[in-house]
Design a binder for this molecule. Structure first.
Ligand SMILES: Nc1nc2c(c(=O)[nH]1)N[C@H]1C(S)=C(S)[C@@H](COP(=O)(O)O)O[C@H]1N2
Ligand SMILES: [Mo]
Length: 220
């Protein structure tokens, strides 16, 4: 917990513009449920700004070890089979938001559409903020609750939440759910992302095995 907050502070992550948000993070672990402001999203941006991409201009470029490199528009994504579910969103710093509804396209459907080449091992993600990056193994990328999301909280994903399109990796902590998704690259090695390069576990499973209280031994 303290490691997490210290790390975030050192990175200069924007905690949103209210002191309340900051306190929510600082006290989130353990006390979160008791605080009046415990149950809401903190808006994070490594760069301190939110890239604004119009729904018309949005593009998702899928490249790397694929048979058919493809650039998807938002309309292209919305024409694909939709997946929706409701889950608790959890940040490693301790805050959580129950009952968040999501809609989007399974990452596995996108991978199937472009065709993964033999020899591929992992998937890397890039953001329109040119700062955050993420990765998943190919196996993790095929989990049914890993989606490219265009709707969140019952509405199109807002700019501050990473819209028009963000990643949502439901079985892992929030840092894996990269906002302002610009690219998906199929690659032959796991490339640890921004948060992982700063000490967070590469496998951010929510089940506690690699949570803030049990960090990957090799990473801290
Ligand atoms: N591009 C980008 N994606 C990001 C982040 C970020 O700073 N930049 N923060 C991550 C972290 S640590 C969390 S907990 C969630 C927070 O999502 P929210 O900003 O919609 O609340 O976004 C994740 N995705
Ligand atoms: Mo987070």
């Amino acid at each position: 917990m303290f490691l997490g907050v210290a790390a975030l502070g050192a990175l200069g992550v924007a905690f949103g513009n209210s002191v309340q948000n900051f306190l929510g993070d600082a006290f989130g672990s353990g006390l979160g449920g008791l605080l009046p402001f415990g149950d809401h999203f903190r808006i994070y941006s490594i760069t301190g700004t939110n890239p604004k991409i119009s729904r018309d201009k949005y593009r998702l470029k899928v490249s790397g070890l694929v048979e058919h490199p493809t650039t998807f528009t938002l309309a292209d994504l919305q024409k694909m089979p939709m997946t929706s579910f409701t889950k608790t969103f959890q940040c490693v710093t301790g805050w959580r938001v129950p009952d968040v509804h999501w809609e989007g396209v399974k990452l596995s459907d996108i991978l199937e559409r472009v065709g993964v080449q033999p020899g591929a091992v992992a998937v890397s993600f890039d953001s329109y903020d040119h700062a955050d990056t993420e990765s998943l193994t190919l196996e993790q990328a095929h989990l049914p609750d890993v989606i490219v999301a265009y709707s969140m909280l019952g509405a199109p994903v807002t700019t501050e939440h990473g819209g028009p399109v963000r990643l949502y990796v439901a079985p892992m902590f929030g840092y894996k759910s990269l906002k302002w998704l610009s690219g998906i690259r199929v690659v032959d090695i796991v490339e640890p992302g921004f948060w992982e390069q700063n000490g967070y576990p590469v496998n951010g499973w929510l089940d506690g095995t690699t949570g803030p209280n049990n960090p990957d031994p090799g990473l801290t």
